[in-house]
Design a protein around this ligand. Structure first.
Ligand code: OAD
Length: 332
């Protein structure tokens, strides 16, 4: 069993074996209270608290962008018209190579245009402005973190971005503006350099490697985090989902989401793999994970209020939304 565990850890990177330091760290209660108030106290007591945020589609739903898996409203429940072998085929690299049309038809709806970042996006920016953000890891391709003004050095777009694209044959680079024109016209974008390859937005499809930046920074960052905040993700897609297990055993983890996710599944438990989030304080590993269940924006605003930053967050959003409105007008 240990051999299998090591194989999965090393080859598939499904789990990170704990370092000696992590093994030696006791599973103690690291929060005075297992609640949002406990997290607030922890941040206030740790003036140089290094926070990593991890996000999924749930932080953008209030901007009008559907998530993937929510019953009925999620994108994977609305793909009947594409006649796909299974919903995830729309983002499957092999399927795309054979038939790029369904993706580009859907891309019309997914184009990051006219969407405004949400309270959750600006909360992450505020963490950065306060010098508390070690890094933000996002699975989202909607570019809203960039629109919210989060600096690129703080951002890891684990599943790539719509912001740029490349020819799949000669790798010639293309801008979002160029791709957007073709996609809106209903044309499959073809490379103007080699006249052969399809130009695919730089979003990561199933079957593609995640960006180097993800691998390098995840290896570097997580061990240094003092707090992990996970927002709006079902935590089912690997390797992103396993990042939650890469922080030290004493690092508190706050989940802000509609539902409890990221807990250890049966197979992982059987194989002794990823520990997952542990909300049961009676468990041997309990004592540091908090689930705040509800809407991400409400959770972020509440957290900001409790930290005494509520008005600052509201003012930042008002200012930035005004700026975007002016930019929108001058573009039209
Ligand atoms: P999912 O759709 O799988 O999960 C979104 C999660 O956010 C769910 O747990 C929802 O309940 C929750 N949620 C939705 N709206 C919310 C809100 N306003 N407030 C709080 N919670 C909310 O989306 P992801 O986890 O991002 O990959 O999906 C991961 C990956 O699966 C995506 O990056 C994409 C997809 O296949 C690729 O395309 C490669």
């Amino acid at each position: 069993m240990e051999k299998l565990r090591r194989y999965l850890a090393q080859k598939l990177r499904l789990v990170d074996l704990p370092t000696n330091d992590q093994n030696n760290e006791s599973q103690q209660l690291v929060l005075s209270k297992l609640s949002l108030d406990g997290i607030v106290e922890y941040i206030k007591e740790n003036t140089n608290c290094k926070i990593i945020t991890m996000a999924g589609a749930g932080i953008s739903t209030s901007a009008g962008i559907p998530d993937f898996r929510s019953p009925s409203s999620g994108l994977y429940h609305k793909l009947d018209k594409y006649n796909l072998p299974h919903p995830q085929a729309i983002f499957d690299f092999n399927f795309f190579m054979k038939n790029p049309e369904p993706f580009f038809t859907l891309a019309k709806e997914l184009l990051p245009e006219g969407f405004k970042p949400t309270i959750s996006h600006y909360f992450i920016r505020l963490l950065s402005e306060k010098g508390l953000l070690l890094r933000h890891y996002t699975q989202n391709i909607d570019t809203l973190e960039r629109v919210a003004g989060l600096s690129s050095d703080k951002l890891v777009e684990a599943h790539g971005t719509f912001h740029t694209g490349h020819c799949l044959k000669c790798r010639a680079p293309y801008t979002l503006l160029w791709m957007k024109e073709k996609i809106i016209e209903g044309i499959i974008p073809k490379c103007e350099e080699c006249n052969e390859g399809v130009v695919k937005p730089d979003i990561i499809f199933f079957g593609e490697m995640l960006p180097e930046r993800f691998r390098i920074l995840a290896d570097r960052d997580f061990i240094h985090a003092d707090l992990l905040i996970i927002m709006g993700s079902s935590l089912v897609v690997q390797p992103f989902a396993s990042l939650i297990d890469r922080v030290r055993n004493t690092c508190p983890r706050l989940l802000i989401n509609n539902e409890k996710v990221g807990t250890q599944d049966r197979l992982s438990r059987f194989l002794g793999l990823r520990q997952g989030l542990v909300f049961d304080v009676k468990s041997a590993h309990g004592g540091r994970d908090v689930a705040w269940l509800g809407d991400c924006d409400t959770g972020c605003q509440l957290l900001a209020d409790k930290l005494g930053w509520g008005d600052e967050l509201r003012a930042l959003i008002q200012r930035e939304h005004e700026r975007l409105k002016v930019e929108d007008k001058s573009d039209n």
